[in-house]
Design a protein around this ligand. Structure first.
Ligand code: ZN
Length: 308
């Protein structure tokens, strides 16, 4: 019963990347984007490590649960036989210091303790499990995935897993076996049913369609891409390459993230991607990946996969 909610870049990050490719961001927004990117890299690192677990252990990623009008974000979660294990993933690198409860960044600036989020979420998760009658305990861990992270002055704390402790911790998880029960199924269903896919954007810079650069842009580095061959596009900046269909679809998704209120039409998409492929190709991609609505000149599309 390995049900996995696939990992997609957080909505806010995806949004800022789509915009960054096409418009110059203010330094504040750029800073925010970089911090989010680093966080997402950490999540990907942890996903790769968890993929070594036995196939029958259900893992869920990036859940946004609404509990008592608060939204809590859970980076990753494993369901074991008799407990749930929740992971808050941090990709900090450098030398941090702990003085009492106060965390200091590598530049010795006071910062918010990453443990605060766990302390805030714990009672909410208890409420959630109680409300949906899911009698199972949970552990909540703060995982530092970056091998370059050091925390001076740290005392043993069972909620924190430091980079050097990860291999041993994973070994203990790999030894777990699970025989699925109705409770497990109910837990997974309840979590997924309460997952809010579309979060309100925390940061939303101003922009207009007209001012955004048109063309095909790279999802890795936001650079411009050019046609390499009949079937492939290649990024001029980072050399990332991909199939025409995937790259164009990705650029259409960017459009729908940046302009959720606009309809997706073939000719508009032709303009959006800077006329880099023919309308026939765009039409084919939309037919395959989107729901066709309306008729004739008013035909428009809705992307089938709501995840981005
Ligand atoms: Zn690139």
């Amino acid at each position: 019963m390995p049900i996995m909610k696939p990992l997609y870049p957080p909505q806010q990050l995806r949004f800022l990347l789509a915009l960054h490719a096409r418009k110059e961001l203010s330094s504040d927004h750029l800073h925010h984007l970089q911090a989010m990117k680093k966080g997402a890299d950490g999540e990907i690192r942890w996903t790769t490590l968890l993929s070594e677990l036995p196939d029958d252990i259900p893992i869920l990623y990036d859940l946004n649960l609404e509990i008592n009008q608060s939204i809590i974000q859970l980076d990753a979660l494993c369901i074991l036989q008799n407990k749930i294990v929740i992971f808050e993933i941090k990709n900090f690198s450098g030398n941090y210091t702990l003085v009492g409860d106060q965390w200091l960044s590598p530049s010795k600036k006071e910062m918010k303790s990453p443990l605060i989020q766990i302390k805030r979420n714990e009672p909410l998760i208890h409420q959630f499990l109680k409300r949906y009658q899911l009698p199972i305990p949970f552990e909540y861990h703060l995982i530092f995935v970056n091998p370059k992270f050091i925390l001076y002055g740290a005392k043993p704390n069972e909620s924190i897993i430091f980079p050097g402790q990860i291999p041993q911790y994973l070994d203990s998880l790999k030894k777990q076996t699970i025989s699925p029960t109705l409770l497990h199924t109910k837990i997974i269903e309840t979590l997924l049913n309460n997952h809010k896919n579309k979060l309100n954007m925390l940061v939303k810079p101003e922009y207009h369609y007209e001012e955004l650069a048109k063309g095909v842009f790279c999802s890795k580095c936001c650079g411009r891409m050019e046609r390499l061959s009949k079937k492939r596009f290649k990024c001029k900046k980072c050399s990332h390459s991909g199939f025409v269909n995937d790259i164009i679809l990705n650029n259409i998704k960017d459009y729908s993230i940046l302009f959720p209120e606009r309809k997706i039409k073939t000719l508009d998409m032709y303009e959006w991607i800077g006329k880099q492929v023919s309308t026939a190709i765009i039409h084919r991609i939309l037919q395959k990946n989107a729901k066709r609505l309306g008729n004739g000149r008013a035909t428009y599309y809705e992307l089938i996969n709501s995840y981005f």
